[in-house]
Ligand binder design. Structure first.
Ligand code: ADP
Length: 288
């Protein structure tokens, strides 16, 4: 059995009212342990509705979700266990920081689990290390004095300190400068590698997805429109366009070069790949 199995999942908001809205319809997905998944789709395509089912914030209207053997459907009542397994980092999570020190803020969740003080401290230390924050340097700082990127790391550490099996991040790089974006992405990538954590990343940035995700799930109008590797997904440029999505800029650039007759690889999805392909092309030219 897969770590997460979503079967015929449908969610209707305001069922039976004049505002009834089917946000996701008959979604079927299997997610294995240690996968790194990118979830993309135009605004309103159902991404947040889908991820809120994974940690029990929403219940299915129809269908079910099974996480680590626990099945949730419209009749399920106890969702506490589910919430322990799934860490959800909302958009702009730094707005939810509230304690007077970084350490207290990150400790809030594990303390609520009823863990002993030394266990809580260990969890806080590990979580801070996972997001690249030195425990002794930052533990007594007020989260509100930190830069945007650091605040966000504290907020992510607060979720990691719950030791979830699955980490879901909704637009974790939104609003950060390029350096802050790269730092957060590389921390997320390290967490995935070092802790064997299953990661689901929601992002509008095709560049981020190309760099980091191994599998891309594309949503459109509440259904799964594509589910494949980033490279395969970005090959289907016209179909993506039809649902309001683009491809990484570097991929467009390489396709333009190819159309103009340069013998480069137009399957490149990252700048590094493009660089390699262009260098290879230049070498082949200088050989002639
Ligand atoms: P996304 O995260 O991809 O932007 P959402 O899951 O937020 O998509 O929205 C899917 C659809 O459900 C949209 O049409 C949206 O307007 C609708 N929707 C989202 N939340 C609610 C809500 N609380 N009540 C009614 N409709 C909602």
């Amino acid at each position: 059995m897969s770590l997460i199995e979503i079967e015929n999942l449908t969610h209707v908001y305001g069922e039976g009212t004049p505002f009834e809205k089917t946000a996701i319809r008959d979604v079927n997905l299997k997610i294995e342990e240690n996968e790194f998944i990118g979830l993309i789709g135009h605004t309103g395509s159902g991404k947040s509705t889908l991820i809120q089912h994974l940690n029990g914030l929403l219940k299915p209207t129809m269908g079910s979700i099974t996480i680590d053997g626990t099945k949730i459907d419209k009749n399920s009542s106890n969702l506490t266990e589910l919430r322990k397994n799934i860490g959800l980092v909302f958009q702009y999570p730094e707005y939810q920081l509230f304690e007077e020190t970084v350490e207290k803020d990150i400790a809030f969740g594990p303390k609520n689990l009823g863990l002993k003080e030394d266990e809580v401290k260990e969890r806080v230390q590990n979580a801070m290390e996972s997001v690249g924050l030195d425990f002794y340097k930052f533990r007594d700082k007020s989260p509100f004095e930190l830069s945007g990127g650091l605040k966000r790391r504290v907020a992510i550490a607060g979720v990691l300190a719950m030791n979830p099996k699955v980490l879901i991040l909704d637009e974790p790089t939104a609003g950060l400068d390029p350096r802050g974006r790269d730092e957060i992405l590389s921390e997320v990538s390290n967490i995935h590698k070092k802790q064997n954590m299953t990661i689901i990343l929601v992002s509008h940035s095709m560049e981020d997805m190309a760099k980091i995700a191994k599998r891309l799930i594309v949503m459109d109008k509440g259904t799964v429109f594509m589910d494949s590797s980033p490279r395969e997904v970005f090959k289907r440029e016209e179909e993506l366009k039809s649902v309001g999505l683009g491809i990484p800029q570097i991929t467009s650039f390489m396709r333009v070069l190819k159309k103009k007759g340069f013998d480069v690889n137009d399957d490149c999805i990252t700048v590094d790949e493009a660089k390699e392909s262009i260098e290879k092309y230049l070498r082949s030219r200088s050989d002639v």
